[in-house]
Design a protein around this ligand. Structure first.
Ligand code: PLP
Length: 401
C-alpha cells in the first residue's frame, strides 16, 4: 500500500488548464484566448529584440553561473526598484526600501505572503472580486486567511467603486489590501487617478497595509511611469507597503521567473531588518533566485540605448493590443443586430477583456467555436489578431444571443 493511498485527483488549474484543452483540439479554427502571454500579429510567441541583445552581451562578457546571493543580483535590485518608484525616489535614497529578487510575480507574492504569515499574523488579506485566480492559492498556501472586496459591477461592466470602498471600510483596521497596480486582471478595469487618491485616503484612515501586485508595468499604457502611478502615489504619501513585481509580460521573460518583492518602510533601520528576515524566508523556500533573467533586466535597464529600445518595443506590444481591441469592436458592431454597447472592450486596458460571457456562453464559445478562454468570461486580446477578429466576433455574437 502507498503512504499516499487516500490522495484524490487535483482539479486542473483554471487558467493553465485552458492551454492544455486548446492543445488537444484539432480544429484549424481554434483560438487560444486563455493564458496571458503576448503574441505577435501572426499569433506567435515573441522574444523581444532587447532581450536578444542583452543575451548577446552576456555571452560576450562570459558571465558565469555561480550562485547569486539570497537577495539576488545587486544590479537587478537597483534597477527594479528604480523602474518601479522612479530613478530619484526619496524612499529609495533614504534606504527605506527593502528589495529582494524573487521568482517572478508569483514567487514574490508568495514570499510576501510568507512574510505576512510570520510577522503580521492573524490579519486577513482582502482580494478584489474577481482577481487573478492564483492570488487565493498563494495566500491560502502560506496560511494567510483571505476575503474579498467588491470590484466589478456586471451591470456597467465597470468598477464597483462604491462597493470597493464600502468593503475596504468594513474590513478590520490593519487588514492587508491587495491592489493591482495597473491593468487589473481579469477585468482590465483600473481606478481613475481621483479614485486611487480616495482609496489611499481610506486605507490610511483604516491603517490597512497595501500589497501591490505589479505584473503589467509598461504593458497597460505603454509607459513605465504612467503604469506605476498608483504605487508611486502611495509611496509619496508615506505609506508602509509591499509591492510584488514581474517581468513576465513587459519583457516577455515568462519562463525566466524574474521579479522582485519590495517592502517600503518608515525608516532605513527597519528596512534593513525586514530585508534580513525576507532573506531568511527566501533561503528556506528556494535558497537563491535564478540569474539569467536578472542579468537581462540589469543589462536592458543599465544600457541607455537598449533601455530606450525596450520602451519602444513595449509601446509596440501595448499598441498592438489596443488596435486589436478596436478591430474587435468594429467587427462586433457589424454583426450585432441588437445595438449593444461594446465600448467596454476598448476602455479596458492591459491584455484582458472581461466580456460578461456567462459560463454556459463560454462553453458555447469553446465547444462550438473552438475559442478557448477562462470560465469567468475573460479573453486575452494578446492571443488575437486583426485577421481573426471577425471570427471571434461571430463566436461572441452567437454565444451572447
Ligand atoms: N499577478 C497578476 C495579476 C498576474 O496576472 C500574473 C500573471 O498572469 C502574475 C501576478 C504573475 O505572473 P508571473 O509569476 O509569471 O510573474
Amino acid at each position: 500500500a502507498s503512504a499516499f493511498e487516500s490522495i484524490t485527483q487535483a482539479p486542473p488549474d483554471p487558467i493553465l488548464g485552458v492551454s492544455e484543452a486548446f492543445k488537444a483540439d484539432t480544429s484549424s479554427d481554434k483560438l487560444n484566448l486563455g493564458v496571458g502571454a503576448y503574441r505577435t500579429e501572426d499569433i506567435k510567441p515573441y522574444v523581444l529584440d532587447v532581450v536578444k541583445k542583452a543575451e548577446k552581451l552576456m555571452l560576450e562578457n562570459g558571465e558565469n553561473k555561480e550562485y547569486l546571493p539570497i537577495e539576488g543580483l545587486a544590479d537587478f535590485n537597483k534597477a527594479t526598484v528604480a523602474l518601479l518608484l522612479g530613478s530619484d525616489n526619496k524612499a529609495v535614497k533614504d534606504g527605506r526600501v527593502a528589495t529582494i529578487q524573487s521568482l517572478s510575480g508569483t514567487g514574490s507574492l508568495r514570499l510576501g505572503a510568507a512574510f505576512l504569515a510570520r510577522f503580521y499574523p492573524g490579519r486577513t488579506v482582502f482580494l478584489s472580486n474577481p482577481t487573478w485566480g492564483n492570488h487565493k492559492n498563494i495566500f491560502a498556501d502560506a496560511g494567510v486567511e483571505w476575503k474579498e472586496y467588491r470590484y466589478f459591477n456586471p451591470a456597467t461592466i465597470g468598477l464597483d467603486f462604491e462597493g470597493m470602498m464600502a468593503d475596504i471600510e468594513a474590513a478590520p483596521n490593519g487588514s492587508v489590501i491587495v491592489l493591482h497596480g495597473c491593468a487589473h486582471n481579469p477585468t482590465g478595469i483600473d481606478p481613475t487617478p481621483e479614485q486611487w487618491s480616495k482609496i489611499a485616503d481610506l486605507i490610511e484612515k483604516k491603517n490597512h497595509l497595501p500589497f501591490f501586485d505589479v505584473a503589467y508595468q509598461g504593458f497597460a499604457s505603454g509607459s513605465l511611469d504612467e503604469d506605476a502611478a498608483s504605487v508611486r502615489l502611495f509611496v509619496e504619501r508615506g505609506f508602509e507597503l509591499l509591492v510584488a513585481q514581474s517581468y513576465s509580460k513587459n519583457l516577455g521573460l515568462y519562463a525566466e521567473r524574474i521579479g522582485a518583492l519590495n517592502a517600503v518602510l518608515p525608516t532605513a533601520d527597519l528596512a534593513t531588518k525586514v530585508k534580513s528576515q525576507l532573506k531568511r524566508l527566501a533561503r528556506a523556500l528556494y535558497s537563491n533566485p535564478p540569474v539569467h533573467g536578472a542579468r537581462i533586466v540589469a543589462y536592458v535597464v543599465g544600457n541607455n540605448d537598449i533601455f530606450d529600445e525596450w520602451k519602444q518595443e513595449m509601446a509596440g506590444m501595448a499598441g498592438r493590443i489596443q488596435a486589436v481591441r478596436a478591430t474587435l469592436v468594429e467587427e462586433l458592431k457589424k454583426r450585432d443586430t441588437k445595438g449593444r454597447d461594446w465600448s467596454f472592450i476598448t476602455s479596458q486596458i492591459g491584455m484582458f477583456s472581461f466580456t460578461g460571457l456567462k459560463p454556459a456562453q463560454v462553453e458555447n464559445m469553446t465547444k462550438k467555436w473552438h475559442v478557448y478562454m477562462t470560465k469567468d468570461g475573460r479573453i486575452s486580446l494578446a492571443g488575437l489578431n486583426k485577421a481573426r477578429a471577425g471570427y471571434l466576433a461571430d463566436a461572441m455574437i452567437d454565444s451572447f444571443d
